[in-house]
Design a protein around this ligand. Structure first.
Ligand SMILES: [Zn+2]
Length: 292
């Protein structure tokens, strides 16, 4: 699943290539992906792309006041196409193609565009065509962006104060902080040397400052690595840049201990016992419930 750094890099990638071009057409292949009806997608036809930005994990393509917004969800991705001239019309079917956006040709005669694809059987990729990004419920409810200047240690302190949830869950709650998902929350907690099960409200001021620093540096570093990469190379870059997430059984780069995994909510999380939990493996709650 693309998180803040990948969506940020995708926005930058699209900005360089799509801004200034007109939308020739939008082909919706997976009808369930389109979540809005007014304005219709046809309203984008002939309109020039004026900007591309990010809201949390949402990608926002501004077509002169009409916004084409997408959330790629778990299995979604964006594929840039240098030339869609002569591309076959797509029929709804079993393939991964969900939406195709065709753009006007440049001086070279090539008409580029991009395609939103979704792998797997769980279709969660979402597209919204709106006049104001705040009309998208997921955007209206977003917490602060961790890379915005306004996201200070004081803001994080207000977030954790009195909050009885586990810090892992809090970090990936989009209503609390925008843009962090399962992968980067594991990474942030490893950098902060903090147990994922720690209760947010129990953090000392020093720990809050350390966590804030870990959030900002982890995301900034990941954006730095992703920046300038082609859309197709971002997935591999994300994977290679992760130090604990998805690395169960491998050695921790920092201390050499073995990275472990424990179930959490609807999936699992990875952590280093020596770096984060005083060397003690976390109990798998799902398992202990079964044993009772
Ligand atoms: Zn370690």
């Amino acid at each position: 699943m693309p998180e803040l750094p990948e969506v940020e890099a995708l926005a930058e990638f699209l900005r360089e290539r799509a801004v200034g071009r007109a939308v020739l057409g939008v082909d919706v292949v997976a009808f369930q992906a389109l979540k809005t009806v007014d304005p219709p997608v046809s309203a984008l036809g002939g309109v020039t792309v004026t900007g591309v930005s990010r809201h949390g994990k949402f990608l926002d393509i501004d077509c002169d006041g009409v916004h084409f917004i997408t959330h790629l969800a778990r299995g979604g991705w964006l594929r840039w196409r240098e030339d869609l001239t002569g591309a076959k019309p797509v029929r709804p079917g079993k393939g991964p193609l969900a939406v195709r956006v065709r753009l006007s040709p440049g001086d070279d005669g090539q008409a580029p565009g991009f395609e939103l694809t979704e792998a797997g059987t769980q279709k969660r990729l979402a597209v919204y065509v709106v006049r104001d990004p705040a009309e998208v419920p997921g955007i209206a409810g977003l917490g602060p962006d961790p890379l915005a200047e306004e996201f200070t240690p004081e803001v994080l302190k207000r977030i954790v104060d009195g909050n009885r949830t586990q810090i892992k869950g809090l970090l990936r709650d989009q209503k609390v902080i925008a843009g962090i998902g399962n992968a980067y929350s594991d990474e942030v907690l490893h950098v902060a040397k903090m147990s994922p099960f720690k209760i947010a409200a129990s953090l000392t001021d020093e720990q809050i400052a350390g966590l804030h620093e870990a959030i900002v540096t982890t995301l900034r570093d990941a954006v730095g690595r992703a920046r300038g990469l082609a859309a197709k190379d971002l997935k591999a870059e994300k994977k290679s840049g992760l130090r604990v997430h998805g690395r169960t059984g491998e050695k921790c780069d920092v201390c050499g201990d073995t990275i472990r995994e424990v179930s959490f909510a609807d999936s699992s999380l990875q952590y280093c016992p020596t770096c984060q939990t005083g060397g003690k493996p976390l109990a798998d709650r799902r398992m202990s419930r079964l044993l009772k």
